[in-house]
Design a protein around this ligand. Structure first.
Ligand code: ATP
Length: 903
């Protein structure tokens, strides 16, 4: 490779050169680069990616975990014990510090990795021309000299010198801060033109708002404008969410209160109860440490990260972490129809011309089947109008069909695939027809104008414009209809009746029309089409059956108190029929886009309440619908795929973009991307969102009462002037082992069985609800009573040593916590029914590990030396387990009372 590689990578002012100069320089012909040349350039210039942001190294990340109030208190305690000469205690405390930070570090690493993996699933794509073929490649494989195709919704993958631009407008806010899209053209500009005025260039990272274009890559990776200012694009995931922040703040306040209480307890114990200074000092520290729920934010983050991973496995990719929480409280899901609620495998079934209504047989994209009239097979060649309509449908079309291993595969828009298949069924030859009537220009389909038009010329120079689109639009532009006897005036009423009849069967409608064009016309503009004067050829009815899993998911959402609304560009009657098939209610009220336009805000709010189907809508309607729903207090998820859907997706509480057919613009505006474009995946994501929220509540429901139980035990002993039932290092031990085992297990809980049978959580409901405020002290007192009671029984009734009484007390506390974990498998429901207790492996692993740790703690000679524990008898264990079982039964009874009287 000679010339291109000799370029200085520095800015060669491509905006001052013509497109031809740029092509010549990069040696790029009409067919784009050849594959091997592209390969060489990739090796030479490197991948088209910006260097990853520097990540703090492992040591720094590890050290960051020491920046935490619990650790400061512990380090303070370690210093105190060292000064007092209690080396064993110092060692134990330091070990606890180390283990705590290590666990935090490892878990955070795992959570970040999970999120990284998900970010990589969304790497952008680019469409290039290589070897004369259009190809979709990963954006980081684009090399200088590549020809890149641009259309509305695309993200520009590299810096491009434009070589073709049709109505091309690009939003360059990332670079220039200017949010109004800039009109692009091909003319060079002066060298000193600011970035925003370099209209013949398209810059990496900007978004195509409208139109189409082709650009030649002149800069990749860090040699792009965005690379120079080294701003990283794309979303940066943060591990923080509002809920985590809320709990963290709550934790900080609680910590302050606890430190004050500990100080007061210390003062009381030392001066009033005459405990020795060092014992009291350590007791006060352990009191503080065991009460502060420092591990909670970490456990919440892990629960969120696990939720995100599970959602990804179920095809819902989260782009912004807070969406996981919001999903749990969604009350309305507004979904597109085509491809999301339906299969998007389209088959043309009905074709109506001015004289005849044909039925087409066969399913899917295999061109096997034929045409019939009133049940009798016919030869399509016998009706020239039918042939004209099929030909127009085939040429005004960008889809392609291939046969691979006996299977017919369709590439492109399924609506167009259906027309193509029908034309092949009639024996039309695509290649032959394209050669006979080559395409000169095209206006691609967009949801806003709802039609596609192409300009063709035959070899005698006769031009014609082919038009296909939503029949209302097409009918507006027609004044004639074709018959075998020639073109006659359009009979609108009859066509409208046909439309109602076809749409009533749930079929998607499409009109096909034609108009002559001048031999000299080389381009096709909107005005050319909208001038009208077309001749209607036919009306097509295309079936697109609902997805089975969408029917089930709609039902599931309804049971979960979530309203599903279908917002579609399709015909009102078709949409209503599909809505009925999906179980959205028989005769469900449907409303058309143009009707929405006549409604004021108050009327619109009523309409969104009453209707479930919105037809013939445009992206602007979607935005108004979201706003109306939100004004009524709904938490709304909204799907979208086009560039114009971005505002509605941004506005929705959870914007959901389609992973397959969605544009980059829609994906970037969304909180969540569906890998399979399937409605059922939204329902799954809601289920996971609710589960994450449940698990967070469960972690709180476990951590706060067990912490409070521990501290009550210490505090009451001091207040009553008794020997401490747990020594300070024992408290540290319990606190550490239970939070890494038991509380962590709660972050991994599978969904509760009724999770999609209850109404959505109110978004403004506080995390610490009335129930939590009851349950936390209730269990805390239960645990305290058992631990303290058992300790006093051992000391006062059995008269055993302090060591034995403490070993018994500590195991009693741990047993109580472990049994209470079993209760928390379900928050309100009984856990003994339906094998619920065995649905969470994590719970049993945690309990297993805890049992081993406690046995080591009780019996291992080193532990006995470090913690002052002694061997226990079988009777001791018997009483300990009895207490654990009692906690379990009492909490199950409490649930029964709560269910009966409060739910
Ligand atoms: P949804 O919004 O649920 O995805 P949709 O796919 O039906 O529904 P649009 O894509 O906006 O919505 O299509 C609206 C109408 O435009 C269709 O009902 C059809 O009549 C027409 N249409 C769809 N695709 C094409 C196409 N490729 N060419 C011409 N007309 C089309």
């Amino acid at each position: 490779m000679d010339s291109p590689s000799d370029t200085p990578p520095e800015n060669p002012a491509w905006h001052t050169r013509t497109a031809d100069e740029a092509r010549a320089f990069w040696r790029t012909g009409r067919d784009g680069l050849a594959d091997d040349e592209a390969g060489q350039r990739l090796t030479h210039y490197g991948p088209n990616a910006l260097p990853a942001p520097p990540r703090a190294n492992a040591l720094v990340r590890f050290l960051r975990h020491f920046h935490n109030i619990l650790i400061y208190i512990l380090l303070f305690a370690a210093l105190g014990t060292a000064l007092l000469g209690h080396w064993v205690d110092t060692g134990v405390i330091l070990a606890v510090v180390l283990i705590n930070t290590l666990i935090g570090f490892i878990q955070e690493g795992k959570a970040e990795k999970a999120l990284d993996a998900i970010r990589n699933m969304l790497s952008p794509k680019a469409t290039v021309i290589r070897n004369g073929h259009r190809r979709e490649i990963a954006a980081d494989q684009v090399v200088p000299g590549d020809l890149v195709l641009l259309q509305g919704g695309d993200q520009v993958p590299a810096d491009l010198r434009l070589v073709e631009a049709r109505n091309l407008r690009i939003e360059e806010a990332v670079l220039t801060g200017e949010s109004v899209p800039v009109e692009k053209s091909l003319d060079p500009v002066t060298e000193d033109a600011p970035l925003g005025d370099r209209s013949c260039m398209a810059f990496s990272g900007t978004m195509v708002a409208f139109g189409r274009g082709v650009g030649l890559v002149v800069g990749t990776g860090k040699h792009t404008e965005i690379g120079r200012i080294s701003t990283l694009l794309g979303e940066v995931h943060s591990l923080e969410t509002p809920l985590v922040r809320q709990v963290e703040q709550f934790g900080h306040w609680l910590a302050v209160v606890i430190v004050l209480i500990s100080a007061a307890t210390f003062a009381f114990g030392y001066w009033v109860r005459d405990y020795p200074l060092n014992e009291m000092f350590l007791a006060a520290v352990s009191l503080a440490v065991s009460t502060i729920p420092e591990g909670l934010p970490a456990i919440m983050t892990i629960a969120l990260a696990i939720g995100v991973q599970k959602m990804a496995r179920r095809n819902a990719i989260i782009r912004r972490l807070p969406a996981v929480e919001t999903l749990g409280s969604v009350t309305t899901i507004c979904s597109d129809k085509t491809g999301t609620l339906t299969r998007n495998e389209m088959t043309l079934e009905t074709l109506v011309t001015a004289r005849h209504a044909y039925q087409v047989s066969g399913v899917g994209y295999a061109p096997h089947g034929g045409f019939s009239l009133d049940g009798h097979e016919v030869d399509p060649d016998d009706d020239p109008v039918l042939s004209d309509a099929l030909l127009a449908g085939m040429l005004c079309n960008d889809a392609a069909l291939h046969e691979r291993d006996g299977q017919w595969q369709m590439e492109g828009d399924p609506t167009e695939g259906a027309l193509l298949t029908a034309a092949l069924k009639a024996g039309l030859d695509m290649r032959l027809q394209q050669e006979r009537l080559p395409r000169t220009d095209v206006i691609p389909f967009e949801s806003d104008h709802k039609y596609m038009a192409t300009l063709h010329h035959d070899h005698e120079g006769h031009g014609r414009i082919l038009l296909k689109g939503a029949p209302e639009r097409v009918l507006e532009l027609c004044d004639l209809q074709r018959t075998a006897e020639g073109d006659l005036p359009l009979d609108r009423d009859t066509w409208h009746r046909h439309m109602e009849a076809i749409a009533g069967k749930g079929q998607r409608l499409l009109g096909v029309a034609v108009r002559e064009a001048h031999a000299g016309q080389q381009t096709l503009a909107y005005q050319d089409v909208e001038a009208g004067g077309f001749t209607l050829l036919a009306l097509c009815g295309i079936i697109d059956p609902p997805r089975e899993e969408a029917i089930a998911a709609v039902k599931e959402c309804q049971e979960a108190g979530i309203r599903v609304k279908m917002i579609t560009g399709d015909h009102l009657v078709t949409a209503r029929a599909i809505g009925e098939q999906l179980g959205m209610g028989n005769g469900c009220r449907a409303i058309a886009g143009h009707e929405l336009e006549t409604l004021n805000d108050a009327a619109l709010q009523r309409a969104v309440q009453e209707s479930d189907v919105f037809a013939r809508t445009t992206p602007e309607h979607k935005l108004r619908l979201v706003q109306a729903l939100q004004a009524q207090g709904h938490v709304t998820a909204m799907t979208g795929d086009g560039v114009n859907d971005a505002p509605a997706l941004k506005r929705a509480d959870v914007g959901v973009a389609m992973g397959r057919k969605g544009t980059e613009a829609a994906k970037q505006a969304a909180e969540m991307v569906l890998a399979d474009d399937n409605f059922a995946s939204i329902a799954h994501a809601v289920e996971e969102g609710r589960t994450v929220y449940d698990n967070i509540r469960k972690s709180i429901l476990h951590m706060l009462p067990t912490n409070a139980g521990q501290s009550l035990t210490i505090m009451m002993a001091i207040l009553m002037g008794l020997a401490l039932p747990l020594t300070p290092v024992q408290v540290l031990w319990v606190n550490m082992v239970t939070s890494v085992t038991l509380a962590m297990a709660l972050a991994f809980q599978p969904a509760e069985p009724g999770v999609m049978k209850r109404p959505p959580r109110r978004p403004d409901a506080p995390l610490l609800s009335g129930f939590l405020l009851w349950r936390i002290p209730f269990v805390a007192i239960l645990l305290w009573a058992g631990t303290f009671g058992h300790f006093v029984y051992m000391e006062e009734v059995l008269g055993v040593s302090d060591e034995l009484a403490r070993t018994v007390a500590i195991n009693t506390l741990v047993a109580g916590q472990a049994f209470y974990l079993l209760n928390l498998r379900l928050i309100y429901q009984p856990v003994l029914l339906g094998g619920e207790l065995f649905r969470s492996g994590a719970m049993w692993i945690a309990i297993g590990v805890l049992v081993l740790l406690q046995l080591a703690f009780t019996y291992a000679p080193v532990m006995q030396a470090l913690f002052g524990t002694v061997n226990l008898s079988l009777q001791d264990w018997g009483r300990i387990l009895l207490f654990g079982a009692a906690v379990f039964i009492i909490v199950e009874l409490e649930k029964t009372v709560i269910r009966r009287f409060f739910l």
